[in-house]
Design a protein around this ligand. Sequence first.
Ligand code: BTN
Length: 268
Amino acid sequence: MTSSPRSQLIDPSLLDSLLGTASGRFVVDALAECPSTSSVLLERARQGIRSGTLVVADRQTAGRGRRGRSWQSSAEASLTFSLLWRFSGGVSRLAGLSLATGVAVARALVGCGAGGVGLKWPNDILLDEGKAGGILVELESEPGGMLAVIGIGLNLDLPPPGEEPFLYRPAALAQALSPLPDRHQILARLLVELAGVLDLFADGGFGVLRDEWQVHHAWQDRAVRLFDGGRAEREGICLGIDADGALLLRTASGIERCLAGDLTLRAA
Ligand code: BTN
């Protein structure tokens, strides 16, 4: 099945048929438009809907990115969805959840046949070093555990240039996969991999997925700059991540563990 009009709304029963044995793990709500799938799902999650609920939208009018940024996407050219997953225990057990999600996305894209799939700390999906997608994980505590709303945005086609300055060169799945599979197939693959990875994560934490993240790490041993709050904070060699998902940076003062920020490459 290849791309017939991409603007067509996700059909939950078609998606269900592609999910195979994983279908019972998801409840799918497909919307033509909403402000943000993550905002909609967070609101519903607080009312107690079940783990595995997915909100996928053709169009977001107020998509949200990391660090308060907006996330621009258009209906035909992207896949935007959020998944609710509940975990037992406290917030400390969820360290590295967004990186674990990156592992699932990488598995799915490779499984769809894409080459050049890379991960960039903390949660960018790269194709041939351009940014093809992003992950936004939001956590809240609830009685007996935590809920996570895992928001994923993927470019199917390149976004139009010029509307907002991009922090990174954009990339799109259509550049890596020709012909581009139907959106249902891509989404089904993502969900199957997410279920598997989230099970592993719930049992063993991010430590059991760290090596796989490292395999996809696009900027291993590269010279980078870490920005936090808009000013250049630290420069060093990117050594990858530890078992909690913190970035390890070799700087002039030694190896530093970094918990937040935006990474850019330094000119060679
Ligand atoms: C980033 O790279 O800054 C993360 C972007 C995450 C965007 C997705 S699109 C689906 C979900 N809904 C949102 O409003 N944001 C996430």
